[in-house]
Ligand binder design. Structure first.
Ligand code: ZN
Ligand code: ZN
Length: 110
């Protein structure tokens, strides 16, 4: 009986040691959450506005045939060809050299 008791106590002791070791086991260090990466976005987004009226070979922003509200502005400046109903600066009939000038401004076709 004595031997058996001893064995039990030894086992008990061992178990105690094991548990104690477990308790003392250092916990895995928690890594600090990594800072969220902010995607680098360009501050100025390239917005290429196709300011061109291919129909009338002039910039869309000054195309009086597409935007009749521009006519008054050209007439006020005296830039108006009554004969052709166009700004003088866009009248290719009166100023054939303008056509080449505007064609040079035209965006190149891809
Ligand atoms: Zn137009
Ligand atoms: Zn004209």
């Amino acid at each position: 009986m004595r031997m058996k008791l001893d064995l039990h106590s030894i086992v008990g002791l061992l178990l105690c040691c094991v548990f104690a070791a477990c308790e003392k086991a250092p916990k895995a260090k928690e890594k600090p959450a990594p800072a969220p990466e902010t995607p680098k976005a360009p501050l100025i987004q390239k917005a290429e506005i196709a300011d061109w009226c291919p129909e009338h070979t002039v910039p869309e922003s000054i195309c009086t045939r597409c935007n009749s509200s521009l006519i008054a502005g050209f007439q006020a400046k005296g830039d108006w060809c009554k004969e052709h109903g166009l700004p003088e600066s866009q009248c290719f009939t009166c100023h054939p050299d303008l056509k080449a000038k505007f064609e040079a401004m035209a965006p190149k076709k891809k």
